[in-house]
Write a protein that binds this ligand. Structure first.
Ligand code: ADP
Length: 659
């Protein structure tokens, strides 16, 4: 076994690999860029080597510097994690030439699976079902038209070198094909320096289901069952689970057998993933093979009880797989949610800044894989993922319940994040019913992530939380005559939830309160103190968590199960007055397009007087070497441009004004 390994990555995956290596008694070397000098993976490794400036191309993607770091520290092997150099065959080759082991597959397997056209050819030859399509490179749109007609619409235009959802377009008819073709070509050229595109059938309302495979250097290959990753946004995974609620034993066995056949055909070694899309009739089609550890591998670890990183290390050291296919069992259910630094209420724009508060949840069946800590900086140089929250339960319902509770208890401030959005998905009936497809988010949130106007189940909890919070605030304001102050609260109250009045009555009952509203009544208690971000309450016999922040005007911002509301607790007369008062007109920001982050305005795509449709690109803001295209959030006419290319922008600076 290796004595020392180097982890050529950063963030949560570097920390996760270090954890297993430490348990195995292997020393670890971290590498880091200048932006990551204070990062968690640097602190957790036994040694760390600086490999360059913040941009990945000058640090985490520098094969030469990583090989040097191995030589300098005596690391015998490299784990690449995911992203960065993990799927570059040249990297694996360069390590081999330097006599360093690569904790991953052979370079030939990486190369064979790195190209979508080539890998589809190989898969077909290995007897794997592939999406109907045409495997010829299509040079121009005139050649594409007859091919699309032969495949029949809808079709998908795909970049052969593609990855990360880039260079993909759906076309439902010839007009859309003509429109999308050159866009896909350009995007492919810009992202991968390779403009080869091809066409395949677009499978409607598909589910994304993938098979984890594992092979050793002695010809043994097994699969560890499936993960379903259908909850996606712009073809990027958001929530993943194992097993899939859609797959029966027969389909699982058939998919597993094909995945193993493909792995064998390319001489696969290490952990890899064969991705399929599955249609409504459970027909499954090969998409691609990822020749590395996946972001979502923890759900497989939780249901199989295996440590994939440990197995990868053992396989790279030449050990034989310690089990065979019949020994692999799936037990219980695991669901992973990806916590991103982004603002779901503003079209998921990336957010940057310092994690002022970072309080991950803990508890039975909860695993948090993170590479951050309170005070850490989320920078725009790298992936905006803050952490992965993984919940395990004996069955799917139990796992969902734990996931929902854990999201309620995951408090992050300082950067915008998607915790409430994930909570809303976990709480939705459609998710609970397992009725998933890659269109889920688009269909469930057609107008983006906004609080529902109508009352929801979570509102009852929010009403109770608001009342308890108000009582505790009053109590803490005059500690001396605490009981008197509490008694001062009239028994009849109105809770305004986003301005909607919910009349209730409150009566002390022992150390708790009976809260009655309409025909509903419950007993509620909390030991929350003003200042704490989480209000844990007992509601009848349930223990629940509500996120709470103070707002100006003696109001609270409350979050529970994905419902975000402004709450105010008032005596009925004051509430009636507040309801009568004209709603203080909030500054109408929908008229303006503002910069979501400090940056440089590099391009203005629209002109004054131009009509735009929701979703159309308006301007491009560059922030820390990343281009962010700001799109119209609604239809409208551009009245005035308030900034020009080359201007540097402050956060929230107005760039253009609608009419
Ligand atoms: P990438 O390598 O860019 O991630 P993939 O081929 O893995 O691209 O596809 C990513 C996602 O795009 C899939 O999970 C699925 O949601 C969607 N997708 C890809 N191909 C098709 C297709 N033929 N029909 C429908 N959806 C597809």
């Amino acid at each position: 076994m290796f004595k020392k390994i180097l982890i050529a990555n950063r963030g949560e995956i570097a920390c996760r690999i270090i954890r297993t290596a430490r348990r195995m008694g292997i020393a670890t070397v971290a590498v880091y860029s200048e932006a990551d000098a204070e990062a968690l993976h640097v602190r957790e490794a036994d040694e760390a080597v600086l490999i360059g400036p913040p941009p990945s191309a000058e640090s985490y993607l520098r094969t030469d510097r990583i090989v040097d770091a191995c030589k300098k520290t005596g690391a015998e092997a490299v784990h690449p994690g995911y992203g960065f150099l993990s799927e570059r065959a040249e990297f694996a080759r360069a390590l081999a030439e330097a006599g360093i082991a690569f904790i991953g597959p052979p370079p030939e397997a990486i190369a064979a699976m790195g190209d979508k056209i080539e890998s589809k050819r190989l898969a077909q030859a290995a007897g794997v079902c592939t999406v109907p399509g045409d495997l010829d490179v299509i040079p121009d749109v005139e050649r594409a038209v007859p091919i699309a007609r032969k495949i029949s619409y809808p079709v998908m235009i795909k970049a052969s070198a593609g990855g990360g959802g880039k260079g993909m377009r759906i076309a439902h008819n010839e007009a859309e094909l003509r429109e999308g073709f050159s866009g896909a070509q350009h995007e492919a050229k810009a992202s991968f320096g390779d403009d080869r595109v091809f066409l395949e059938k677009y499978i409607e309302e598909p589910r994304h289901i993938e098979i984890q495979v594992l092979g050793d250097a002695h010809g043994n290959v097994v699969h560890l069952g499936e993960r379903e990753c259908s909850i996606q946004r712009r073809h990027q995974k958001v929530i993943e689970e194992a097993p899939s609620p859609f797959i029966d034993a027969e389909t699982r066995a058939a998919m597993g057998a094909q995945a193993v056949a493909l792995a064998r055909a390319v001489g696969y070694r290490s952990a890899g993933t064969v991705e399929f899309i599955v249609d409504r009739e459970r027909n499954f089609y090969f998409l691609e093979m990822n020749t590395r550890l996946q972001v979502e591998h923890p759900v497989t670890e939780l249901v199989t009880g295996l440590d994939l990183v440990e197995l990868m290390i053992r396989i790279a050291a030449g050990e034989t797989l310690p089990f065979a296919q019949p020994d692999v069992r799936q037990n219980g259910w695991a669901i992973e949610a990806r916590i991103y630094a982004e603002d779901p209420t503003r079209n998921f724009l990336p957010s940057i800044g310092r994690l002022v508060r970072y309080c991950p949840p803990e508890g039975e069946g909860i695993r948090v894989d993170a590479g951050v800590f309170e005070g850490a900086e989320i920078s725009l140089y790298y992936d905006p993922m803050i952490a992965k929250l993984i919940a395990y339960g004996k069955d799917r319902d139990a796992a969902i319940e734990r996931l929902g509770d854990a999201l309620d208890g995951f408090y992050i401030s300082g950067v915008r994040q998607n915790v409430a959005f994930l909570g809303a998905i976990a709480a939705s009936e459609r998710f609970r019913a397992g009725n998933l497809s890659t269109d889920f988010i688009g269909e469930m949130f057609p107008h983006g992530f906004t609080p529902p106007a109508e009352p929801t189940e979570a509102d009852q909890v929010l009403v109770a939380a608001a009342v308890l919070a108000e009582l505790r605030m009053r109590a803490s304001e005059t500690a001396i005559d605490r009981l008197d102050r509490e008694a001062e609260m009239p028994p009849e109250l109105v809770v305004l939830l986003d301005g909607r009045p919910c009349p209730i009555s409150v009566r002390p009952e022992g150390a708790a309160y009976r809260i009655t509203g309409g025909s509903e009544s419950c007993i509620a208690a909390t030991d929350w103190r003003p200042g704490l971000p989480l209000l844990r309450l007992r509601l009848d016999d349930k223990l629940l968590t509500v996120q709470i922040e103070r707002l100006p005007g003696r109001a609270f911002r409350l979050v529970h199960h994905g419902i975000v509301r402004r709450a105010q607790v008032l005596p009925p007369r004051a509430a009636a007055l507040a309801a009568l008062m004209p709603e203080k007109a909030a500054a109408d920001s929908s008229r303006f397009v503002q910069s979501p982050m400090p940056g440089l305005l590099t391009a203005v795509i629209v002109a004054e007087g131009q009509e735009v449709k929701a979703g159309e690109p308006l301007v491009v803001v560059e922030a820390m070497k990343m281009e962010n295209v700001l799109r119209a959030e609604r239809d409208g006419k551009v009245a005035k441009l308030r900034a020009k290319p080359g201007d540097s922008l402050a956060v929230d600076q107005v760039i253009l004004e609608y009419e």
